[in-house]
Design a protein around this ligand. Sequence first.
Ligand SMILES: O=C([O-])C(=O)C[C@H](O)[C@@H](O)C(=O)[O-]
Ligand SMILES: [Mg+2]
Length: 421
Amino acid sequence: MKISAVRVTPIAIKDPALLNAAGVHEPFGLRSIIEVVGANGMVGLGETYGDAPVLGLLTRAAPSLVGLSAFDVNGMLARLKALAPQVSTGHVEMELAPGSLASNLVTSAFSAFEVAFMDLQARTLGIPLVELLGGAVRDKVSYSAYLFYKWDASVDPEYAPDPYGEAVNAAQIVQQARKMIDQYGFESIKLKAGVFDPMEEADAILALKAAFPNQPLRIDPNSNWSMATSLKVADKLRGSLEYYEDPTPTLEGMAELHKATGMPLASNMVVTNWAELKRSIELNSVQILLSDHHFWGGLRATQALAQTCQTFGLGLSMHSNSHLGISLMAMTHLAASVQHLSYACDTHYPWQSDEVLVGGKVPIVDGCVHLTNKPGLGVELDQDKLTELHEAFKVCRIRTRNDVAQMQRYRPEWKQVKPRF
Ligand SMILES: O=C([O-])C(=O)C[C@H](O)[C@@H](O)C(=O)[O-]
Ligand SMILES: [Mg+2]
């Protein structure tokens, strides 16, 4: 079944003033929406980063994929590899997390097209995408409440008002958790840290523990803490965390911290590719890998990653960046197919008020996204919404995510320092 057209549409989605180690989220996040049209008239969907380097390759690649079989993902990879040198050396300085860079443009582009190809394959066969991944081992996937320190939208008219308001202290973080859990039923909680004094952030975890004694907790300062600070926080939070995510930079630093504390360390920053995974296993740096199909090479590569984690006795969970429902459903089909998934996955989805899907946002019930029997990813693109969000992209000043520059608008002296505390 041949591909007759491939469309890549960049969109800008509203994002609140969420704080992190680098600075603050810009008022818009960028995503690329991919439509792969089959000769049978069916359309496979994909979603990934909309930052200039990825968008550049996706846009150049799109016409070259026409005529391929929708089942020929190896052919698709070959065509991407052939194109990459025209765009750059194939490498890209694109921030995945504050201070963590995606290093392979082709892998990111492949990941996005693979989802759309597989969505089209599954729609053509009339089966849910998860069946192409070996079938579902669970019918729903758990996500965690992803809490952020944040400013209220009133900080700058560029931000759209959001229902959560300000969160700059422990009491407001607990309030944010309560609101998010009341609405979505999340059963575990992650706090994005690396923003304020680390001891205050540790106190916020203790406040969450008191308020939600049955919910497992995680803290993630995006490698913004020195070894000494990471050790101090570990002492304070011993027994309160299900895992300690990216406290300190480098594979060597994480290995030293694990050796000193025995605490399970998770990462989406020091292990972002296979070479880093190999080194992490040698050093015992990371005990829980936070996978992400957007930069690990797609759905099947992430299944292979899960198998590798199982083989080497590593836990597995899932990382996210700001995203919409196509990505959420790709994450859900993937996670549903992986036996070795030990934790609730991360998602930024509650922070996003925009959506490109018919019927609006994908429901999260009791902290879970449910699979359905619908073919493919089980969601349809709303063309009017796509046009609207593409118009927002056209007038948006942002072309590549830069949380540091956004913070400098409010604090001109701000610099990215690693680690800051
Ligand atoms: O777990 C993580 O490191 C992330 O979710 C990375 C993101 O970039 C997050 O820090 C953010 O959106 O500010
Ligand atoms: Mg992280």
